[in-house]
Each structure stands twice: as structure tokens, then as C-alpha cells.
Design a protein around this ligand. Sequence first.
Ligand code: GAL
Ligand code: MN
Length: 322
Amino acid sequence: MLQKYQHCLVSLIMAGGVVFCWLGYMYSTSLSPKSQRKQAMLMEPVRTDVLTVTPWLAPIVWEGTFDPQVIDEAFRSYNLTIATTVFAVGKYTRFLHALLESAEKHFMVGLNVQYYVFTDLPSHVPINMTLGVGRRLKVVKVPKFDRWQEISLRRMELIQTAIEEYIHQRANYIFCLDVDMIFHGRVGPEALGKLVAAIHPWFYWVPRSQYPYERRTISKAYIPQDHGDFYYQANIFGGAVEDVHRLTKTCREHLEMDKSAGVEAVWQEESHLNWYLWKNKPTKLLSPEYVWDDLRGQGAKEIKLVRFSSVIKNKAEVRENP
Ligand code: GAL
Ligand code: MN
């Protein structure tokens, strides 16, 4: 009798074990809450406080408008390489380490990233940094420029030639970053698109008459009053290699035409970038979360997450000229 009872108990425990394992398996695969995504509800917009799509139907990326896990899963199989240019000339090399260190934590994590550091001081580039799998850094020597405006003017030309010489064979996308910046939060494949630009953190709520566009007709960057969409900051822009090539080539030509006419646009290459993006609409816009300014501080309620921001610097100390 006792033996029969023991048999029953063992069978029960074994059956229970099988059921338990099966439930566990189902839970960890198709039924897992991890792989269950929140349904997008057409009648329940995720952000109602900000514009999330432009009049030409390009998305504006804000926190809450995308699911990072869905995006990461969607991009995983493409095995993309993102070229990333950074200019660190003269005293600006001091910003490199913090920028790269933060990029390793937050920028295009899980994708192949090829950094191109343009500098006149290759020995100042931190080479002892450990980079993630699939991530590499190449130093490109450039001449020393005398004025910070000149660095800004030459940047388009140097990116254009780098794309032609080697980047076009090695990368699918390219992002061009200012060096005096830090990543604080995710900037991932949600930022990829054919032509991508970020909205300036100081001008997103003002009428376009107040945008600091170039207003002199003599400059190739001239944008008339009552024209233009947004004011973009040149601290981060990018896109498919071919599209960014066209952008840098056009801006470079316009910068050179201005130079021979003896004009310098009010915000150098940023003015020309704004002209280009007025004429050639970006296919994706990054909200100011992607190009914040530490000088603006925290507290803007529409900014749920600062991802990338300009560090506060002593301009007089790092610039070679006023
Ligand atoms: C500043 C920024 C400059 C330029 C300018 C345009 O805040 O530091 O790089 O973008 O705005 O007005
Ligand atoms: Mn800067």
C-alpha cells in the first residue's frame, strides 16, 4: 500500500515537473512578456505635446515615439557599418576622450562603428581606449587651421574627400559629430535615415523669422524671410553615405563661392547646412534630445531624455581666436 502511494507521488512529481518545464519554455519563448510588444494604438498618439512628423512626412524622433528593442531587433540582421567623423583640432583634442568614452556606451551600440578622428595632433588621440566588438578608430591627419571658423569651413571639404577616398567602400551610413559633446543616453539605429539632421535646442519654439539663418543675399546660404522649416544644428548630421556626400559637396562648393566673394555666412557651415536642408528635405529629423546644450540646463518638460549635448566650455580658452 505504502509502495503504491510512493509510486503515485513520484509519478505526480514527475508529471508536475514536465508541466512546469513546458510552461517555463513557453513563457521564455513566444509567450515571454519581453518579446511581447505594446500594441501601437492608432487612436492613442504617444506624444501630443510635440510635433512628431514634418509637413513632408519625415518622422521627428522623440523619446516615446519608438520602441528601442523593436528597432534594435529590426536592424540586427543588416550588419551595418556607421562611419563617424569627429574633428579634434588644436586644443579641442581635450574633448576627445570623454566623447569617445560616452559614444562607446550610448552611440549605435551593437552596430559596427568606424570612427574617423581628424586632427592636427595625432599624438593627442587616446589610443588606449577599449572599443567594443566591431568598432574601430582611424586617425586622419589634417593641417592646423588658424581660426576656429576655418575649421568649421574646411570640415565639409574634408568629409567629402574622405567619403570619396575610403568611407564609401566601408560604410552604409555616416554621422558627423562635433567633438565638444557628450552622449548621455541612447542614440541608436532609430537615428538612421537617408538624410538626417537635428533640431537646434535654442530655436525649436520660436517663429522662423527669429532663426539665425544667413539673411544676406550675397551669401550662397541666404534664406529669405518666410522660408525655411526648422533651424538645424551642425553638431550632428548624417545619413546614407551617398546622401551625405552630396550634402558635403554642395556645402563645400557654396562655402568656396562665398569665400571668393569675400563673405562668411553668419554661422559658417551650419548656415550652409540649413540652406541645403531647406532645399533638400531631410528624411528623418532628430529632436533636440539628440543635440542638447548643457547651457540650457534641465527642466524643459518636452525633453524627456537628453541623449547628446554640447559641453559647457570656456570658448576663450579653447579657441585660437575670438
Ligand atoms: C549656439 C551654438 C552655435 C550656433 C548658434 C546658432 O548656441 O553654440 O554653434 O549653433 O547657437 O545661433
Ligand atoms: Mn561645438
